[in-house]
Design a binder for this molecule. Structure first.
Ligand code: S3P
Length: 452
């Protein structure tokens, strides 16, 4: 009789016999895809989106926007049409709005919907239901919306929205989701809604609101930077081209840095400076990473990145890098396992409230596979290159419903002595449905269980 947990029944990665080679196109950016659907749904008129990421998180947001009254249709792969609610506004959904695994969808929509005088019930999956929503509910409540929840987590309800008061808020955490939720809540508010950030987070909401005809004021002030809008203001439908996701491209780039002799090009990567912290760190570690063919698409700068396997050294990653690479720490930690010396990643408290406690999950995935790693406070230390015989591997990693932990574990397994497997691959489809196909196209042996 076969053991239920053999490699045959688990998604796993093994060391390839040959270097990884090829040219691949990064999938559409998750942050921009959520925003394109939400902004299209708020706008007056018809928005056409090209290159939408068709991951599960984004499909949940599309479902939510339909529930609030927008008409959304897929025309062809990546091409979507959104007929917005415009002047009529969001209407009360007939059933609970389900965000699945998607924190960005949930938090941005809570902000947008709070501007309307409607009631809404919100639900999510097991992972989303333990993530903190107080960070958006509290300031939205101060603006005049009302919510009921247990412990500020999902499931929760908006019992009153609309007629909100103008507000200036300094979020205690660096969070683009919180900034975006408040700015969206301010769209129908008479007066100025302002968010002051002490560390700058991704600015896709600001950029895309401008593309939808909303003036956004951005100022550098003594305490950081201020983003504000003056309401009421209605979005005007536009066309959005979604650039490639640097956070997904990171897994392809990492695979090439793990497998000796690899040489790949990842095309169409968004190079917005609020997202490229990982590329800076990898360059400091000694990676051959060259961005070519810079061009503008959909209001963002994009480029093709050429990466070659390189001998890397450990570095210290200061806390101020966190906002520009907040989702990239699990994969950076995997890369650090193959670098000489210790990489210290500082100030990772926010990782504890992602799809899983990513600080703990990243530490576990590495240590179970024989990598020397330590958590010190909110810092993660990874020491690579100390085992003459290479990294042992061989463990089955618990992914805790977290797509980035799943993909990081599989990339680790491209260089370990024994294959690395994961307990559940389903979540990978939330952000990177083509992960297996793209990895296979560059020659990375990442295998899904064979259907019976
Ligand atoms: C996102 C912001 C980040 C990031 C998430 C996407 C966004 O979250 O981790 O994957 O699209 O605004 P926080 O705002 O919680 O840092």
């Amino acid at each position: 009789m076969k053991n239920a947990n053999t490699l045959e029944t688990q998604t796993h990665a093994t060391k390839p016999n040959a270097p990884l080679k090829g040219t691949v196109r990064a999938p559409g950016d998750k942050s921009i895809s959520h925003r394109a659907l939400i902004f299209g749904a708020l706008a007056e008129g018809t928005t056409t989106i090209q290159g939408l990421l068709e991951g599960d998180d984004i499909l949940q947001t599309a479902g939510a926007m339909r529930a609030f009254g927008a008409e959304i249709t897929q025309k062809s792969q990546g091409k979507w049409i959104v007929k917005g609610c415009g002047k009529r506004g969001f209407t009360t959904p007939k059933a609970p709005v389900d965000f699945g695994n998607a924190g960005t969808g949930a938090r941005l929509v809570m902000g947008a919907a709070s501007a309307f005088n409607i009631t809404v019930d919100y639900i999510g999956d097991e992972s989303l239901s333990v993530r903190p929503m107080g960070r958006v509910l509290d300031p939205l409540t101060q603006m005049g919306a009302k919510f009921t929840s247990t412990n500020s987590t999902l499931p929760l309800s908006q019992t009153k929205g609309g007629n909100l008061k103008p507000f200036s808020f300094t979020p205690p955490h660096a969070s683009a989701q919180v900034k975006s939720a408040l700015i969206l809540a301010g769209l129908k508010t008479r007066g100025t809604t302002e968010v002051i950030e002490t560390s700058i987070t991704r600015d896709h909401t600001e950029n895309m609101l401008e593309a939808f005809g909303v003036p956004v004021t951005r100022k550098s002030i003594d305490t950081g930077s201020s983003v504000s809008i003056k309401g009421p203001v209605l979005l005007k439908a536009t066309n959005v081209t979604v650039p490639g996701d640097p956070s997904s491209a990171a897994f392809l780039i990492a695979a090439a840095l793990v497998v000796p002799g690899s040489d790949i090009i990842v095309e169409n990567i968004m190079m917005n400076a609020s997202r490229t912290g990982l590329f800076e760190v990898l360059t400091e570690m000694g990676a051959f990473l060259r961005a070519d063919n810079f061009r503008k698409s959909g209001g963002e700068i994009i480029a093709d990145i050429h990466v070659k396997y390189s001998k890397l050294v450990g570095v210290t990653v200061p806390e101020d890098r966190v906002p520009s690479m907040v989702d990239e720490y699990p994969i950076l930690a995997v890369i650090a396992a193959y670098a000489k010396g210790t990489t210290e990643m500082r100030g990772l408290a926010e990782l504890r409230v992602k799809e899983s406690d990513r600080l703990v999950a990243t530490h576990a995935l590495l240590s179970q596979n024989g990598v020397a790693t330590k958590i010190k406070g909110d810092n993660l230390l990874v020491t690579g290159g100390v085992l003459p015989s290479g990294i042992k591997g061989g463990a089955c990693v618990t992914t805790h419903h977290d797509h980035r932990i799943a993909m990081s574990a599989l990339v680790l397994g491209l260089g370990t002595k024994n294959p690395v497997s994961i307990d559940d691959a389903a979540m990978i489809a939330t952000s990177f449905p083509d992960f297996f196909d793209l990895m296979s196209s560059i020659g990375a042996p990442i295998t899904m269980p064979k259907p019976h």
